[in-house]
Design a protein around this ligand. Sequence first.
Ligand SMILES: Nc1ncnc2c1ncn2[C@@H]1O[C@H](COP(=O)(O)OP(=O)(O)OP(=O)(O)O)[C@@H](O)[C@H]1O
Ligand SMILES: [Mg+2]
Length: 835
Amino acid sequence: MSPVVPHPSRGADTADHAEVSAPAFVGRERELAVLDHALAQPPAVVLLEGEAGIGKSRLLREHVATGRLGALVATCPPFQESLTLGPIVDAVRQSRAADHLPGMPVSPLVGVLRPLFPEWSDLLPPQPGPLDDPKASRHRIFSALAELIGHLRVRVLVVEDVHWADRATLEFLLFLVSRRQPPLGLVVSYRPEDVPDGSLLLRLSSRLPAGWSQVRLTLPPLDVAATAGLVSSMLGGERVSDEFAGFLHDRTDGIPLAIEESVRLLRQRDDVLRHDGEWIRRSLDELAVPPTVRDSVLERAQRLGPAARRAIEAAAVLAEPAEERLIAEVAGLDPAGSRAALAEAVRSGLLADDDRGRLTFRHALVGRAVYDALTGVDQRRLHGRAGAALERREPRPVVQLSRHFQAARQIGKWCTYAEQAADHAAASGDHTTAVTLLVRPLATAPVPAPAAVQLAVKLATAAAARREPVDDLHHAAIRTLRDVLGRGDLAPREQADIRNPLGRLLLQAGEFEQAHAELSRAVPDLAHDPVEAARAMTYLGYPLQGPWPAAVHLGWLERAARVAPGVGTPVDRLALTADRAAALLALGQEAGWTVAAELPATVTDADERRELARGLANIAYVATGWGRYADAEARLATATELVGLTGYTRLQATVLAIEAQLDWYTGRWAGLAERVTDLVAAADLETSGSLEPFLVDGLLHAAAGSPRRAEQRFRSLLSDAPADSIAALPVTPAAALAALRLDAGDVAGAAAVTDEPMRTIVTKQMWVWASDLARIRLDVLLAAGRNAEAAELLAAYEEGLGDVDAPASRAALLTCRAAVLAAQGEALGAAAGYA
Ligand SMILES: Nc1ncnc2c1ncn2[C@@H]1O[C@H](COP(=O)(O)OP(=O)(O)OP(=O)(O)O)[C@@H](O)[C@H]1O
Ligand SMILES: [Mg+2]
């Protein structure tokens, strides 16, 4: 489509239209040179900083226009969430990659991009099956997108306005930076004052991998000479007096956008006139330049005719580049009238057309000023029209639709599109965006009951699938679900559908008592969904933290055993069986082995393979705790094989972690330290499902005589490990830490770290986990002269273990018995104990 009107810079400049030219590029020679230099030596990151309107985009445009390097320019829109990776996806789309796609030698991996480019479904390879783990699926999408960009021969990726970037986009940039091939120049522009606290952007500036060079370019205001040059270029190249340039520089602080807007305003007001081929202006005393860009813009908007004004208001509501037809429709202008109106708006310099013939504000601040000046009623009305117009597009721009219907207060449609946008985000592994999209309508609008339940269940599911540490968004999700439950118009079964996943979120947040309360309230009303009922019961059976004794957990596991057989799909049944076996074994129940034996030896379906691998890994972990190392090894071997067949990266990390722990306990220490170091480097304590490498690393340091490093590890395990991890009973790190404290002669400190875990073991009657802890606790009590307590502990341990076949516990019990006897001075008995 051709531009509606000539671009002002190309337009004829006549006195009758209060026209000015777009400013020529001035100053910035140094900055251009720095940019050129940095990008000539990839891989390089350029951080382009500066306040709004200072000229970041212009500098980049000028650089890209030199056309020496293949550049892909992405822009982050100013909304809290965009479509996952939206800025990058849009940039690829605009690069007209589709023209090249048919002959492009893309790998099958690129098929994962189908949800991001629905319009290219015919051109992309088939979509590969889903992965179990959001991190892995995101990684796969990143690799595919990087591959596609590689095929486009992009040498420089420019991402504008990264202060607004969604998390996935920032993660993608970090991903690109983690690879050195092909060498890439990455330029990000942002307003430092708008970068959110804790933004991943900071990692791009502080933690660059070796090999990358980094340049930080901060744009200063223009000086008076450059200001004069800019003004002159807008006024047909006439010389501008130093006095006038100084005056404008003073009023605008040398911000190009403000200078430009002021000149346009002065011209529109006829404060600067062309007369007999010469520019003349009123005297400086008579000139009034508004203090802010906003005021200039508004005054300029007032000067437009009514139709042009409606057009810019519509463009402000759309807020993204739009075709003439769309703007006309939202503005309610007929086609003939709209052409003239848009031409006027473009001539005024408020709107400009981009290279695809779409119209947008020349600068986001200009659009924002126009938008903010609308009344609330007008905003709502125009958003409603924008929604209605965009709804007829294929594929539907669901994120924009959600935003427009939100602002239009059309709650039903808002929910519909927020949900679709969330589905889309979740399908690309971006659960954070999904949660953000779903929380908003539920938290701020009176959503009617059936829709609210549907959104709430989706919200809970997406929140539970996130891999970020428990954060504000996690708590916001919990609060929102509670509010939905509190509204009083939900049927019991609807409540149960929400309470069940809410319980899991609470577990993740370490709110054990509340988690149990929600899960146990859900169970009786989950009859319509026996799989979920059995799952909830199994969660309740897991002896994680919380005050309940073993009997309570066992009760739930027995109920689960009655429900579970025969429900759901084979994958559901497999997962339920594996989880129940692991829970029983964690409780020290021999019956757990019988349940574990019900698991099939082999499966062929991919999902079943994943569940079986996960289940076997968990059982191997618990078997290690029991000291049944051969059982652990056999299961790990099968899990490893299954993981190899399926390629689930997260699960693979778990299996390797459990293997490392097993190797520690069985004394296979050769090469262990290196493996553990690698595993620790690849994991992140707060989000990792596998804490064992951190533990083993600490134990190795303790054994190697580096108690400080070891202590650090144990302490951070005790404080930062995710609350719902199966290893969350902080028994082993506490025991190891106590041993170090005791070695250092700090009896009281050693006692303090073992108090709480010991109490947990006693309350929960989970004596199979006590091997390391009971031994050290006993030494601590004896060292403190608390001999009676030591004897009590020994008696409880003996009785608690019963005749369970847990070799590690048996060995620990013998050691404990010997220590107590020795302390009681029964030398003979002690010798027998050690024998
Ligand atoms: N060096 C320059 N010479 C001439 N005009 C300039 C220059 N720098 C910026 N401008 C003009 O000033 C206006 C604002 O600049 P630009 O859009 O590049 O700002 P920005 O820093 O990208 O702001 P934002 O943070 O809001 O994106 C544009 O119309 C641009 O053409
Ligand atoms: Mg910009």
